[in-house]
Ligand binder design. Sequence first.
Ligand code: COA
Length: 176
Amino acid sequence: MSMHNVVRSPSEDDADAMGAVHVRAWRAAYSGGLMPDEYLDSLSAQARANMWRQQLAQPVADRSARFVVENPAGVVVGFALIGPKGNDSDADDGELYVINVDPESWGTGAGPVLHEEAVDALRDSEFGRAVLWVHPKNHRARHFYESRGWRADDVDRVETVLGVEIVEVRYSLILY
Ligand SMILES: CC(C)(COP(=O)(O)OP(=O)(O)OC[C@H]1O[C@@H](n2cnc3c(N)ncnc32)[C@H](O)[C@@H]1OP(=O)(O)O)[C@@H](O)C(=O)NCCC(=O)NCCS
């Protein structure tokens, strides 16, 4: 057993853990009005796990990478995905599509090592710049990104979830 958080690429066997982390992280991050409660309540760890199982059965796309982080007890407590911006294989920029850590593991260093691997992978894929999208009221995540060099871009987008408009702001990080 390692004394550290360990980052590795996931296999299909990690789908259940990823589904559970996904739902727990979203409920912790987006309750209190950031996303509709009905939407957060409707999230199913099982459904998310099935989605991840299907994705993990596919080979990873060009210039993309998937990571999970295990805590010192060997339990998967987070995951991250990177690749070309907007899933467009012709994009010049990369994107951090998702980084989710189980709320019980927030502040343990699992998020930082996962982020570091994700940024290394973006650089290894030779993107000069990366972007991500974050809810403007997700203060913890914004602080996390800002202390790691990401800067708000002054670009917004709006998505509709169950009839409710969710705003996201874009951040970018210069890689080279
Ligand atoms: C984003 C995430 C991966 C970061 O991992 P983490 O373990 O929580 O990160 P850390 O605890 O190392 O860092 C969080 C920082 O925000 C600070 N913070 C905590 N709550 C805060 C708040 N309400 N407002 C501002 N800053 C806050 C912490 O003090 C810490 O600052 P520090 O690095 O200067 O000590 C994790 O919180 C997560 O999975 N969140 C839910 C999903 C999510 O929002 N993903 C990103 C969507 S774009």
